[in-house]
Design a protein around this ligand. Sequence first.
Ligand code: PGA
Length: 253
Amino acid sequence: MRKNIVAGNWKMNTNVQEGMELAKAVNEAVSKGINKPETGVIIAPPFTHLANISEQVDHNKVLLAAQNCSTQESGAYTGEVSVKMLKSIGVDAVILGHSERRTIFGEKNNDLWLKLQLVLNNNMKAIYCIGESEDERKSEIHFDVITKQVEEVLLKLDEKELKNVIVAYEPVWAIGTGLTASAEQAQEMHKHIRDLFAKKYGEKVADDVTILYGGSCKPSNAQELFSQPDVDGGLIGGASLKADDFMKIVNTF
Ligand code: PGA
């Protein structure tokens, strides 16, 4: 059976001290016990925080994710951070293809394919984000957009590789805007994504893929979203910066 997961994407927020306090609070709360102990908890602090926080958290209970990585293994790529560097400090997962990376930094599906292969070849997990823009939804091409994002990258993986991928459906119009997809909108898209996997890999494999919802998810709406059959948790931005709110979302399960 697939896992329920709640992941916190801190984006470019907190200094190292604040980040360490936030990670400590989450780690303590998860260690003391959560409603459903099998729920996976992931935090994704900025690069500068990762080495310290990696020593601080119990990786059996709280997985540590980076928010990005380089398309390259190593070499003359000023300013980049490689997957092996992340691996060497105990990072467990990498968020790939967040809409802010796609729209602000111009990341394309072929860049994401390179990153995804590096992450998976290093035995790490990928949280792979997909989502349509407001215009794409208004033009009613959102299912096609998502199909293309899935086909061009995720469907190129083999079944074994797919096991280490967590998918995050994040409608761009809902990220940081306070607008949330309705539970029905989230469910119909999550079902569409799972059907794409089922067509390629069969029902059983598709059933095991964790698909998270992201976009203004908070304690007040998590329950409704997570109760949908194909919504397996959330990728949380703003509400992951307060340990209490984040833990309320974790304990929605
Ligand atoms: P938000 O961000 O919860 O602040 O909307 C979600 C995300 O970008 O992952």
